[in-house]
Ligand binder design. Structure first.
Ligand code: ADP
Ligand code: MG
Ligand code: MG
Length: 251
């Protein structure tokens, strides 16, 4: 589903290489985790996949079901089925959460050549999905993320994800700033979306999220590269021993 080959990325403004040859293949139905020390390039990878400005791809490719993502506009990537949840969700004052969701869902349906969802159907679906994520009606009416707690923002992102039904979901540090209960809710939301036709890339600094979202494959990223790939046991190894041993192995 997602295939990243030899991806090299530098900052546009500075002569600083951040990703130095990332290779990664995620198949439909799989959950992959990327762990790694701070500054290793994890967020840069998710930003580049989302099409954020400020980064220059100097080599390599990233395809979603065979289509080159790196040549698409951000909204084309979303229409192709890519969804990214970020460490710091944006606040949108003046735009109601429900209106935002409906606009996003219908824009995506349009891009996929589908008809708009009727107001009634949308309302039914958003209410049902919000309920499972313990998002109350009040939160649906408020401006997007404005005044939301960290946990509420994360749950709101999972709601966006649930409504957009993407193929490939990338979550960057979704656990940071979450208390245990909020982390469980977010994990349950993600687990409920696990499906043979969908894949996840979960970027996390801590092993604890992976107790709730069980990954099939774990990658360790350091200094702009994936230095080791393994099963869930790799996350436990990091939890117990830190990154030092793994870093020493590759030097
Ligand atoms: P991680 O998410 O693994 O902590 P990042 O992708 O955020 O790592 O950062 C990787 C490296 O690139 C760090 O050294 C960071 O300081 C640098 N970096 C990323 N984006 C920028 C930027 N816009 N300006 C300057 N340095 C950046
Ligand atoms: Mg960081
Ligand atoms: Mg990061």
């Amino acid at each position: 589903m997602l295939q990243i080959k030899n991806l090299h990325v530098k900052l546009e403004e500075e002569d600083k290489q951040i990703l130095k040859g990332v290779d990664l293949t995620v198949k439909a139905g799989e959950v992959h985790a990327i762990m790694g020390p701070n500054g290793s390039g994890k967020s840069t990878l998710s930003y580049v996949l989302s099409g954020r400005d400020g980064y220059e791809v100097t080599e390599g490719s990233a395809t979603l079901d065979g289509e080159e993502l790196l040549e698409m506009e951000p909204e084309e990537r979303a229409a192709a089925g890519l969804f990214l949840a970020f460490q710091y969700p944006v606040e949108i004052p003046g735009v109601g959460n429900m209106t935002f969701l409906r606009t996003a869902v219908n824009a995506q349906r349009k891009a996929r050549g589908q008809e708009e969802m009727s107001a009634g159907d949308f309302l039914k679906e958003v209410r049902a999905k919000a309920k499972t994520l313990k998002i109350d009606a009040e939160m649906l009416k408020r401006p997007v993320n404005v005044g939301f707690s960290g946990g509420e923002k994360k749950r709101n992102e999972i709601l966006q994800m649930a409504m957009l039904e993407p193929k490939m979901c990338i979550l960057d540090e979704t656990d940071s700033g979450l208390d245990v209960d909020a982390m469980k809710l977010v994990s349950e939301g993600v687990n409920a979306l696990r499906d043979a036709g969908r894949a996840f890339l979960v970027i996390t600094h801590y092993q604890r999220l992976l107790d709730h979202i069980k990954p099939d494959v774990v990658h360790i990223m350091a200094n702009g590269r994936i230095i080791k790939t393994g099963g869930p046991e790799l996350a436990l190894e990091v939890e117990n021993n830190g990154y030092a041993d793994l870093l020493a192995e590759v030097q």
